[in-house]
Every structure is written in C-alpha cells, then in structure tokens.
Design a binder for this molecule. Structure first.
Ligand code: FUB
Length: 458
C-alpha cells in the first residue's frame, strides 16, 4: 500500500508510543484487511480476509482481491499473500467482498461475493488443493446470482450436510451438495423470515437504532447449538447473534455481542469465530491502523469465554487483543520474515520465486515476533536477505524495541534486490521465552528485503 508507511511516519509520536506499548490489534499492519474468515486446518489457523486497497476510489469500498494469513499461536501471523482476485472469475467485474473458505475431501472451497460484468451481485466458488491456493474458479460461472447476494458463510454439519448462508439485508440459505459447487435444487434457495424474535428488532428502535440482522453472517455449531453471528443495526454496525437447535432454524435472537466501535471503528463490522486449542476467539474489523476508516479497515481478535448456558457475552474491542500466545515460536526452525505480531513501517511483497517476503524496509522500521522460546540459548542468527546497495543492519532485540541487544547483522549487498543470500552474526546469551524485535537501521530509502530468519542453538 502506498503507503501505510507514509501515514505511520506522519502519525504523531503519541501514536507510536501507544502502538509500541500495546499488543497487538489490529493483527495485520502491512495491509488494510477486512471481513475476517478464520479456518482451522491441520493445527494451523488460516485467516482469509478481504483487502481494502490503499487508494480508495469514488469514496467506496475499493477491493480487488483476497488475502490469507496463518498462525499456530494466534499472536504471530504469517502473510501467505494474495490468494485470489475477482479477475479469477472471467464473469466478474470487481468488488471482492467478504468470503469464507472450508476444506472438504482434500480440497479447499472459497465462497466469495463479487459483482458480475453486468453489475449484479453473485457468489462464486474458488477451489484449491491447498489452503493458500492457487485458487481457481470452481464452476466457470456464479453459484448464486441475486440482488443482495453477498457475504457467504459455509458450515458442514456432523452428518456431512453443508449449508451456505448469505445476504444483505435479507438472509438466505441453500443446502450444498457433496461436490460443494452445486446445491439441492429441490429445496432451492430459502429466505429466512427476519422476525424480531429471530434476528433482532428491525421495527422497534433501541437507542434510536434498529437492532436487526444486516449482513455478514458467520455460521457455526458448538455443543449441539447452532450459532449465527452477524453485523446488525444498519450504519454503523454492531455485532449480534442468534441461535438455533437445528442448522436451518428456527432461530432465536440472542443479544449484542460487540457494540459499535467508538474508538477507530469503521461503519461496518464483520464477525468470524474459531475455537483453537480449547479457547474461543472472535474476529472482527475496525479502522484502527493509521489512515484507517470505513474503507480502510483492519482485522482484530478478542479471546472470550462462552457463558455456561452457551450464550455469548458482550465482548469489548481492545487494542491488546490476544494476550496469551497459544504456542511458542521455535527460533531454531526457519521462520518467514513475514511472520509478524506487530510491525511498523515496512510492507510485504510476493513473487513466484520466493513467495511472500518483507520489503520497503526503512530506517527505524521494526518487526515484533512474540513468545520465542530460546531454551538454553542461541549462538548465531541467520537471515535470508537481498539488497542491491544495502547499507542497513538488523538489530535483534528482546522484549521491547529498545530492549536488550542480542546482536546486530550488518546486511551486505547481494548484488540485486531479489538476489537472496543467507547472512549471519553472533548473538549474546539469551535463555527462555522472549518477544523478539528486529529493528532495521540504515540510511535513506529502502534498505533491503528480508525473507526468513533462524537462530543456531548453543
Ligand atoms: O467488505 C465489504 C462489505 O463490507 C462486506 O461484504 C460486508 O460484510 C461489510 O464488511
């Protein structure tokens, strides 16, 4: 984005000290991300997001592609790149809005809304052999076409029946066939009756606002109860939920689960939910990054506990987000440089050769990686870097950006910005679990590119 970096530099010292002190919402700082859709697969959380472009066109959502991030600990997120674009649907002219991906029979089905070439709303399906793609149009045509057909959410029940819900301001569903790219024609498209008791108070006003379903449903099951989370209340949106004893209702309105976000909110919000390692997490978006707002949103996470009766408590948006890491990072394994708990200034890029790497690194930028377990200690730091005229260094610090210096890697030129070399430096004694800060120092302009790092144990 051209550039969050500029916005960050222009932002006051007050903001920088605020961000340095807090962890770690919004969870992605290298792009504007929205409409979070987490998916658990093989011990890893894959987070699919829509993507607000840096440059908003005609004061409206400017969204061309979808991104994926992954994590094994809920605090460090690895950028897996742009995984699909509306251009992958030959029949679409744009508007890559909120989608959800689900695995089935060794394939990954990504349900996404776009606008068709004639302008109408449609839901397409992209399919891939891996959670991070490459995705391609699974049908060659839309799965569903209709006014207000946006924001699909998909769930496969214990009996193998898959359901797709979607819509704004109506809510529809179909039963997907086993192939996941067609649906039960006999049942057809079912439109929910959005009565107050089912999906919130549309007619009655509460605090001068309607409290009813608006869009962005998120469907899941927990302990035999079916949940539908959704943005409600029009503009601006809060988050609410309904529950049911069956996958197709009847639905019973629950309550508000997140109020309209007052501090750095966007006029939309959008829920996602996942249980990971026995803990519950609500994903949502705000406008919390520098330069952020309604068309430049950012994904955030809050851990929460269900009430004993299965109801969902009111969840407060925080800047700290997930405090407790679900796992430690092993520094003796290669870690992608784009694995980030918090960063400032820099960006990510991707190409065929390297995949995703960290780029546009300027003097003073940094990456924080949380909960790194050094065990008995490290002796050497290795980094894969590339830079035509590099004069920069990577300072390896622990526990804060100005914390104890473990070592400094002077990055030597590799001859080209995409000519990658592994370079190393000695590190001072360090034991146990620490947050690492890679602080980049150097002259003017972009210093070098950074692809991965690891330590060598003592
Ligand atoms: O991101 C574009 C639209 O805004 C989504 O489809 C809605 O859910 C809202 O977040």
């Amino acid at each position: 984005m051209c550039k969050l970096k500029n916005a960050i530099i222009a932002t006051s010292v007050a903001l920088l000290s605020m961000t340095a002190a807090k962890a770690d919402n919004p969870i992605i700082q290298t792009n504007y991300t929205a409409d979070p859709a987490p998916m658990l697969y093989d011990g890893t959380v894959y987070l699919y997001t829509s993507h607000d472009e840096d440059k908003t066109v005609r004061n409206f959502f400017t969204m061309n592609d979808w991104k994926c991030y992954s994590s094994k600990d809920m605090v460090n997120w690895t950028d897996r790149g742009t995984i699909f674009s509306y251009k992958g649907f030959s029949w679409s002219r744009g508007d890559a809005w909120a989608g959800q991906c689900i695995p089935r029979n060794g394939k990954f089905y990504y349900y996404v809304p776009v606008n068709m070439k004639n302008g109408g709303n449609a839901i397409g399906v992209a399919v891939a052999d891996s959670p991070t793609g490459p995705f391609k149009d699974a049908i060659g045509a839309p799965l569903l076409i209709g006014y207000g057909y946006i924001d699909p959410t998909v769930y496969i029940d214990d009996d193998g029946q898959a359901y797709l819900y979607w819509g704004n301001p109506n809510l529809w569903h179909v039963k997907l066939n086993e192939d996941m790219i067609s649906y039960d024609q006999k049942l057809g498209i079912v439109k929910e009756d959005l009565k107050d008791a089912n999906f919130g108070y549309r007619a009655k006003k509460i605090d001068n606002r309607t409290a009813a379903y608006e869009e962005g449903p998120w469907f899941f099951k927990r302990n035999a109860k079916y949940y539908m989370l959704y943005p409600a209340g029009g503009v601006p949106e809060h988050l609410a939920y309904s529950t049911s004893n069956g996958p197709t209702g009847p639905w019973v309105y629950g309550d508000t689960i997140m109020h309209v976000i007052k501090n750095h909110g966007a006029f939309t919000n959008h829920p996602g939910y996942i249980e990971f390692k026995g803990k519950s997490y609500l994903f949502y978006h705000d406008g919390g990054l520098p330069g952020g707002g309604g068309f430049k949103r950012s994904v955030c996470i809050e851990p929460f506990n269900f009430n004993a009766d299965g109801s969902i408590p009111l969840i407060t948006p925080t800047s700290k987000g997930v405090v407790e890491s679900a796992a430690n990072v092993d520094p003796y394994q290669r870690t992608e440089a784009e694995t980030i708990a918090w960063s400032e200034g820099l960006k990510t890029a991707q190409d065929q050769q390297k995949g995703v790497y960290v780029t546009e690194i300027s003097n003073g930028d940094y990456i924080k990686v949380r909960s790194v377990d050094f065990g008995k200690g490290a002796k050497t730091f290795l980094a894969s870097v590339a830079g035509k005229a590099s004069t920069g260094t990577i300072e390896i610090r622990i526990d804060s950006k100005d914390g104890k210096l473990l070592g400094t890697l002077p990055v030597k030129t590799t001859g080209d910005d995409l000519s990658w070399k592994t370079q190393s430096c000695k590190v001072n004694a360090v034991k146990g679990v620490h947050d690492i800060f890679f602080v980049f120092k150097g002259g003017d302009g972009n210093l070098f590119n950074f692809d991965w790092w690891k330590f060598v144990a003592k």
